[in-house]
Write a protein that binds this ligand. Structure first.
Ligand code: GLC
Length: 684
């Protein structure tokens, strides 16, 4: 059962696309007549009304998508406010996405979705351990309360409400190499050559801002890429897709067509006085396209055609929180104050004031209140709808692809997101650091992100913003090989971290090869999860709701109905403790061919896992297909599969397989029921 309570006049975010079966009520009236369940309204310390939910000692709170801290969100506070924050630790409260979905496991399970595009606080037992507080800037929102017979079914119901998740092409399940600072075609050729020479599988190379002419969207630096179309083709012939980045801001430059057109049509965000708002990002001064305005969105989406026409079939949308290095207005003020300090004795107060002053330049809260969107003829101040910007940018692209490339699947993922965007693209988890703690965060984030429909997702493997190590990259890959997006990405200036950049190149080749061996299974699970609105990754509580120990496990997760994962995420480990909620078959892979298995009993185990090995666990009655490793997805032989089978009992698997390009997703011919019994495999 789903109940929707409307307070005030909510902004139509289009997060929810199916209202079927939802009982809608006026929130205020429901409060008065006592039909608003679970919540109480109370005043907080500042006199503001907040929603309060009383938590029992044993309640677990899952959800909140892309966020800091563990799978169980209890004990900390979180702010939905899409933020560019590469150096995030446990002390932070906001990351790149805003995913206002909570799943409470308690005496009665409950799903909660707050549809509100502005800033929103979730205090999940942080101020008071027994209270969940939801606090909004304005009381214009809809709250959905979802009750079903299991956690799994609540999550499924929510996914039905928000609509089918974006489907990536199959080649996008191959391994991708990325680095900010591949400066020209020769450097990219070399990356591809080294992967191929070392038999490291590879399907895509990402092009960061360096491919553009002075960081201008929809341009190409012709000196670095003299014949871009031919280069795209040359790469295709080697099985490589080039994936360019697109940034939110449009450079202010006379003669630059995107800028001039946008200006002429009035498609950029404006300030209070109706003047185009100026902010600074990579190219220096830019305007922000008003992605929330239908016409502007359509216009921006059509711009991707510039690259589609050159043979490009995938993109990543960046800086779309939107990230602001500075606003011109605030920069002027800061520069003035700084120059007035010249010649002064900078004592403690003054020096720290100077330092703070400069730090206030980027992503300043006040700047987000200084520009406006025009939505259906009405003006909205940006901060009121802030969390929708990345969603709208990706929607611009997604809607354009449907028109421009009707027959083809185009790869698209974004940095910033809100629920609803999952219909147009996937996400990567934004800038992370080359830390073991960020590997754990990635593991913990995956089930929550996927609850919000973002199935095509992954993190920057190896870590983005600092120097990685051979070991850390291996450990990242050993989990990353299970996430739909598997991309190694690093920032300019960091240690090189391509899979051939360390001593044990052949071990990297073997590990990435395992991804390709698992690919028929991973792709099948992804497609079934998309079509059936089921979980690809899930917390253990989904599969073992009665097992309180399993429900509280923070570093293991389920993949589909077949596997449990228990990645290693600490330095110098040669194994780890694993809790098995039932008997399982341990699988240890050193390469696509070197596989060891062992039957383990329910309970606690110490399982060895050397730095260059991957482990996972198969559940009773289950089996999964394995292919041979291949250089790229195109060369994967999906006809000759072997099967990893739980035991000798009868096992079965529903294998989804299509060509990976077309859009006949729901054709039942793609699904085969495969059975193992008495030594034979049937149904394939
Ligand atoms: C942002 C992105 C990162 C990219 C960089 C340069 O930090 O998150 O992935 O490499 O910008 O474009």
């Amino acid at each position: 059962m789903v109940q929707k309570f409307i307070f005030g006049t909510p902004f139509e975010t289009e997060a929810i696309v199916s209202q079927t079966g939802i009982v809608t009520k006026d929130g205020k009236k429901a409060l008065e007549d006592g039909s608003f369940p679970y919540f109480m309204i109370r005043m907080d310390e500042t006199g503001k009304e907040v929603l309060s939910f009383s938590l029992k000692e044993e309640d677990i709170v899952f959800g909140l998508g892309e966020n800091v801290r563990g799978m169980n969100k209890r004990g900390w506070h979180y702010v939905s406010n899409c933020s560019d924050d590469p150096v995030h630790g446990e002390d932070k409260v906001s990351l790149y996405g805003a995913h206002n979905f909570l799943l409470i496991k308690g005496e009665r399970n409950l799903g909660i979705f707050i549809d509100y595009p502005g800033k929103l606080l979730f205090d999940v037992g942080y101020t008071h351990y027994d209270e969940l507080v939801i606090s909004l800037e304005e009381w214009n929102f809809a709250i959905y309360l979802i009750e079903e017979d299991s956690l799994e079914n609540i999550a499924k119901r929510f996914r039905e409400m928000i609509g089918r998740s974006y489907i990536a092409p199959k080649w996008a399940f191959g391994y991708g190499q990325s680095r900010w600072s591949y400066m020209n075609e020769e450097e990219i050729r070399e990356v591809v050559r080294k992967h191929r020479e070392n038999h490291i599988p590879l399907d895509s190379v990402y092009m960061d801002i360096d491919y553009m002419e002075r960081y201008k969207d929809f341009t190409i630096n012709e000196e670095a890429f003299p014949n871009f179309e031919a280069f795209v083709q040359e790469m295709k012939e080697q099985g490589i897709h080039l994936i360019p980045i697109i940034d939110a801001g449009v450079k202010i430059e006379e003669g630059y067509d995107v800028y001039e057109e946008g200006l002429e049509k009035g498609y950029f965000c404006k300030d209070q006085n109706g003047k185009e708002f100026v902010v600074g990002v990579w190219p220096g001064r830019v305007h922000l396209p008003d992605m929330l305005n239908k016409d502007a969105r359509k216009w921006f989406g059509q711009k991707y055609d510039f690259l589609l026409k050159k043979g490009i079939d995938g993109f990543w949308n960046d800086m779309n929180e939107p990230a602001l290095f500075y606003s011109e207005e605030h920069l002027e003020e800061v520069l003035k104050e700084v120059s007035a300090m010249q010649g002064q004795n900078l004592d403690l107060d003054k020096f720290f004031h100077l330092k703070d002053l400069v730090l206030t330049l980027s992503n300043n809260e006040e700047d987000y209140k200084k520009f406006y969107h025009v939505i259906d003829g009405k003006k909205y101040r940006h901060d009121k709808v802030h969390n929708l910007y990345g969603y709208a940018m990706t929607r611009a692209a997604g809607e354009a692809f449907e028109e421009l490339e009707k027959e083809k699947r185009i790869l698209m993922f974004s940095r910033s997101s809100y629920v609803g965007m999952h219909r147009y693209g996937g996400i990567w988890t934004g800038d992370n650091m080359a830390n073991f703690s960020h590997l754990l965060l990635y593991i913990q984030m995956m089930p929550a992100v996927q609850m919000c429909g973002f199935l095509y997702t992954g993190a920057d493997l190896g870590g983005f913003g600092s120097n990685t190590s051979e070991e850390l990259l291996m450990r990242f890959l050993e989990f990353g090989m299970f996430t739909p997006l598997m991309r190694n990405h690093a920032a300019m200036g960091t240690r090189r971290q391509e899979a051939y950049a360390f001593d044990r190149t052949e071990r990297f080749a073997a590990l990435i090869g395992i991804r390709y061996a698992l690919l028929p299974y991973l792709y099948s699970e992804y497609m079934k999860a998309v079509i059936g609105n089921t979980a690809y990754f899930a917390p253990l509580a989904f599969a073992y709701p009665q097992d309180m120990r399993a429900s509280r496990v923070e570093d293991q997760l389920m993949l589909g109905k077949e596997l449990m994962l228990a990645p290693v995420y600490t330095q110098n480990a040669t194994g780890r403790y694993v809790y098995l909620p039932e008997d399982m078959k341990l699988v240890r892979m050193r390469s696509a061919e070197e596989i060891e298995t062992e039957m383990l009993k329910k309970g606690d185990h110490y399982v060895s896992c050397k730095v260059d090995e991957v482990i996972f666990f198969v559940r009773p009655g289950r089996m999964i297909p394995l292919a041979k490793a291949a250089d790229c997805v195109e060369k994967l032989n999906e006809k000759e599969l072997t099967w990893l089978i739980y035991e000798d009992d009868a096992c079965s698997y529903d294998l989804y397989s299509d060509d990976g390009y077309e859009k006949t997703y729901e054709d039942t011919a793609h699904l085969k029921h495969v059975k193992y019994s008495q030594g034979g495999i049937y149904g394939i």
